[in-house]
Design a protein around this ligand. Structure first.
Ligand SMILES: Nc1nc2c(ncn2[C@@H]2O[C@H](COP(=O)(O)OP(=O)(O)OP(=O)(O)O)[C@@H](O)[C@H]2O)c(=O)[nH]1
Ligand SMILES: [Zn+2]
Length: 324
């Protein structure tokens, strides 16, 4: 049976769809395969490059997952769920209405920092003027830290979508957001044939079997204008969006204390300066992070988030130790 390389383009629980990578002998480029994993060691994530072995018509099994550049996932003390792998950035979709959760925003940013990818914040529905000031206020700490924030109205202001294009072209971006923020509207604006791509995936799967919402990989259309003949070459990568189902929780229990300390970028210049090396930035004496909060240079909300994540990480360690 043939072995070949494929890109994991959709995951439904433990069922996957993968697309053959071009330029392999005897394998039709772009062909879609239903892929299964032999066991826990081969749990895939959308964005993975797989080495698979054909097991039947349009069927294959994972032999190996090519080493990932990064893996974005969420977890609580008991289980983890992968969101996507090999991504360049995370697009955090927020809206003026319904109000977004600053906690989820904070967690998505921390997840990006620990995975070494760019968090890009999208504030959608800026056409609703009554809600805009409050939303901007919540984003102030992130703007101050230098994170990119795009004010958009995906539905009513095409220019705001155009302005985002250069930041997604040629990159793999993962979309995250709570329900109702306009994630699907954005996906469809950036990828007009997104519905057709979804349908092609669904055709390949027994739809009844796959009720779990999927993470999916969508190809961006080739850039319209190009400055030189080279960039129009079919080999240039147009970019992709990975859509994850909307979620209400973003557990990061897998992060260690040290990973957490470094993921809060505004804490970095203060690392090691608190009186206690394992300072929780709570009510310990000699805490420079709290002093920075008092001085107004660090947001109290971010310190709260740090303390909450630290607590969850310690809890998970305790539970894991008991389970052993
Ligand atoms: N006013 C306004 N409404 C918008 C805008 N973008 C999207 N909406 C509306 O917001 C609602 C939610 O948009 P969706 O794209 O379905 O949101 P979603 O984030 O994909 O939500 P789920 O499908 O629940 O995950 C829809 O009624 C959209 O028409 C916008 O720029 N301005
Ligand atoms: Zn401290």
């Amino acid at each position: 049976m043939k072995s070949f390389k494929a890109l994991l383009v959709a995951s439904y629980g433990r069922h996957y769809l993968a697309r053959a990578i071009e330029g392999q002998a005897d394998i039709s480029p772009q062909a879609l395969y239903q892929v299964t994993s032999r066991g826990k060691q081969h749990l895939g994530a959308v964005g993975d490059i797989l080495e698979v072995q054909e097991t039947g018509p349009e069927q294959a099994v994972i032999e190996k997952i090519v080493e990932r550049k990064n893996l974005l996932y969420r977890s609580d003390a008991y289980k983890s769920k992968s969101i996507a792998s090999n991504v360049d950035q995370i697009l955090i979709v927020l809206a003026t209405e319904p109000g977004f959760s600053p906690d989820l925003l904070g967690r998505a940013v921390i997840a990006a920092e620990t995975a070494g990818i760019i968090p890009r914040i999208i504030l959608n529905k800026c056409d609703l003027p009554n809600k805009l000031p409050a939303a901007r206020k919540m984003l102030e700490p992130y703007i101050a830290m230098g994170y990119p924030v795009h004010e958009m109205s995906v539905k009513h202001d095409p220019a705001s979508v155009e302005a985002l294009l250069p930041h997604v072209q040629g990159r793999v971006s993962v979309l995250v957001g709570q329900s109702g923020m306009g994630k699907s509207t954005l996906l469809n604006a950036l990828i007009p044939d997104a519905a057709a791509q979804t349908q092609e995936h669904s055709k390949k799967l027994d739809s009844g079997k796959h009720t779990t919402t999927a993470c999916r990989y969508y190809d961006l259309p080739p850039a319209k204008e190009s400055t030189s003949a080279e960039t129009t070459s079919t080999n240039s990568f147009a970019g992709a969006l990975i859509d994850s189902p909307g979620f209400q929780e973003f557990g990061l229990a897998h992060l260690s204390e040290s990973e957490l300390q470094h993921a809060f970028i505004e804490f970095r210049p203060l690392l090691g300066k608190c009186k206690f090396h394992n300072c929780s930035h709570g009510d310990e004496p000699g805490c420079v992070v709290r002093s920075a909060v008092d001085a107004g240079t660090i947001s109290a909300q971010r310190v709260e988030l740090f303390r909450q994540l630290r607590h969850e990480s310690h809890n998970a360690d305790t539970i894991q130790a008991k389970l052993k």
